[in-house]
Design a binder for this molecule. Structure first.
Ligand code: COA
Length: 286
């Protein structure tokens, strides 16, 4: 092949540049937001049309999903987000935020430390709980029966896979979690109005009844369980139940970190130093 023939099949510099630009543009792809000079559109909606016209909860929905929420759906989502904002300075996530501030962390450090521990047992149980509700409802649908008919089988499979603790149930403080009671009542109202189907609420109550009387203390549905009911009824993915809880609790985390910052205090541990703890190691070797 001659040099002229080789040159002829080599891409030109312009073609190479166009290829690089195409690769760079394909590196990130998003259907969420379109930004160009002077233009910001969320899911096609100019931001200036949204500002002043849609609420924050509507914005959360639109960012996470492609459908447009009804007023009834937003009412439920807002209730779930309001319900979990705070559970007092002894809730581990809040305590960590406050302790972090007294150790010198700025608000971002305090918030990330607190959010980092919202996992399977505290705050993150909603995800596993919604997965369980979905398993129960899917099993009922697969058997063309009611959830009652597959409850024992689904709970036995869950216990075998994950042990006897069922996520979304039980509370250290509350014999009955008042937030769960209110949220379920709202789901019932929404189901009666045709906003949701009420299937996740049914699944949640069946599991609560299944757990009743099996332990030394009552194991009622807790906030993670009740918000999982709402997120399931609204059609959110189970993984988002955790993310939405974190979104909600972040408000309380910020408020407590800020309050602690204003109060001052240095290196505050979980208890006043005068309160001891239980030492279980070897006796003093004197
Ligand atoms: C939140 C939680 C840690 C509180 O636990 P607790 O009140 O300290 O209860 P204990 O761990 O002392 O358990 C007391 C009894 O209730 C049972 N129990 C507690 N939570 C249970 C649950 N979710 N499912 C089944 N049984 C449960 C325990 O097995 C134990 O039974 P036993 O005494 O017959 O052996 C616990 O209920 C739990 O892990 N729940 C699941 C995770 C969750 O939903 N987290 C969100 C909390 S808001």
């Amino acid at each position: 092949m001659t040099t002229q023939q080789v040159d002829a099949i080599q891409p030109s510099e312009a073609d190479r540049n166009a290829d690089l630009v195409a690769k760079a543009k394909a590196w990130w792809s998003t259907s969420i937001i379109d930004i160009q000079p002077g233009i910001i559109r969320i899911k096609g909606e100019p931001i200036e049309n949204m500002i002043g016209n849609v609420g924050y909860v509507h914005m959360v929905w639109r960012m996470l999903r492609d459908d447009i929420p009804s007023a009834g759906q937003l009412h439920l989502l807002e209730a779930a987000l309001v319900s979990a904002v705070d559970h007092g300075p002894q809730a581990p996530s809040i305590a960590i935020a406050r302790m972090s501030v007294t150790c010198g962390l700025p608000l971002n450090g305090a918030m990330s430390s607190a959010i980092n521990m919202l996992d399977d047992i505290h705050g993150g149980a909603g995800e596993q709980c919604l997965l369980l509700f979905n398993q129960l409802l899917d099993a009922a649908e697969a058997s063309a029966g009611e959830p009652e008919s597959v409850l024992e089988q689904v709970m036995a499979a869950h216990a075998k896979a994950h042990g006897r603790i069922v996520p979304g149930y039980g509370h250290r403080f509350h014999p009955i979690d008042p937030r769960a009671v209110k949220l379920l009542a709202m789901v019932d109202e929404a189901a009666a109005a045709g906003v949701v189907k009420g299937l996740h609420a049914k699944a949640g109550r069946l599991i609560e009844a299944h757990l009743a009387g099996r332990s030394s203390k009552p194991v009622p549905m807790n906030i993670d369980g009740a918000t999982a009911v709402i997120y399931g009824e609204l059609g959110f993915d189970a993984a988002l139940a955790r993310g939405l809880f974190i979104l909600s609790r972040s408000v309380g985390i910020l408020a407590h970190a800020w309050e602690q910052k204003k109060q001052g205090g240095r290196i505050k541990g979980p208890m006043p130093p005068s309160m001891g703890y239980t030492y279980t190691g070897p006796a003093a070797n004197e």
